[in-house]
Design a protein around this ligand. Structure first.
Ligand code: NAD
Length: 248
């Protein structure tokens, strides 16, 4: 018996980085997982090939989480394939960093659409299923930057703070129906997203982390495993940092 046996989980942005680790951890713990990707069909199909087994199913869907109609279609396809949804993980995210002085309106809007509007789109599309089942767990990926802010990331910080307010409201709105909504706030995690940071920025961040090292995708995935499972059934409306102590 595995921790996530019989759980059907939908996650956005699962073909690389933190999302890919989450997909792997969930499937290895018995869940059936559908994940979205936006560009590389090959990478997505390879993940499915590797993870599909007689005990757990893994399917990739090409879908843009920032588009409301695509999210509706995605949830319908997922229901055709898996019958129901037990857990939604909103992981998709991008950065378009710049000082406010140089930030274009386009870059502000794009980050809000992909990081924040996507969370509304997916939660709205899954809500009817959770309400019908009278259970569900929603896990939204914010960031320590959404809690603390960060110079050069006002668009990203606004989107990630927005996720926290949205999630706390959803937790209060849907708690009476046994639907939980929690937020993960990762600190500095080594992925493709952080690959293009300069050495000096990485050193500066690491110096301020009590554990004195960046986190790994698996550190975030392990918290997802807990929040997706029934071990966390009395936890909702929380923001949990995975940051090596950065915000303490
Ligand atoms: P990443 O760039 O490696 O992965 C992001 C994923 O989001 C990719 O799979 C990408 O395809 C997907 N995505 C982007 N736009 C999308 C769209 N419109 N629709 C659907 N999917 C889309 O980044 P990561 O480091 O793995 O980050 C994953 C999440 O964790 C993001 O929300 C990010 O903001 C958050 N986060 C990351 C860190 C970090 O240090 N890496 C820290 C805090 C928070």
């Amino acid at each position: 018996m595995s921790l996530l046996d019989n759980k059907n989980i939908l996650i956005t942005g699962g073909s690389r980085g933190i999302g890919k680790s989450i997909v792997e951890v969930l499937v290895k713990n018995g869940a059936n997982v559908g994940f979205t990707f936006t560009s590389s069909d090959l990478a997505a199909n390879n993940i499915c090939k590797e993870l599909n087994s007689k005990d757990a199913k893994c399917i990739a869907y090409k879908s843009d989480a920032s588009k409301f109609d695509q999210c509706e279609k995605l949830v319908n396809s997922f229901l055709d394939d898996f019958e129901t949804i037990d857990v939604l993980i909103n992981n998709a995210g991008i950065t378009k960093d710049n000082l406010l002085m140089r930030m274009s309106e386009e870059d502000f809007d794009k980050v809000i659409e992909v990081n924040l509007k996507s969370v509304f789109n997916m939660t709205k599309a899954c809500q009817r299923v959770f309400l019908k089942n009278r259970r569900g767990s929603i896990i939204n990926m914010s960031s320590v930057v959404g809690v603390k802010g960060n110079a050069g990331q006002s668009n990203y910080a606004a989107s990630k703070s927005g996720i926290i307010g949205f999630s706390k409201s959803v937790a209060q709105e849907l708690g009476s129906r046994n639907i939980r909504c929690n937020v993960i706030a990762p600190g500095f995690i080594k992925t493709e997203m952080t690959d293009n940071l300069s050495e000096s920025i990485i050193e500066g961040w690491t110096e301020n982390i009590p554990l004195k090292r960046p986190g790994e995708s698996i550190d975030v995935a392990n918290l997802c495993l807990f929040l997706a499972s029934d071990l966390s059934s009395y936890i909702t409306g929380q923001v949990i940092n995975v940051d090596g102590g950065l915000l303490t």
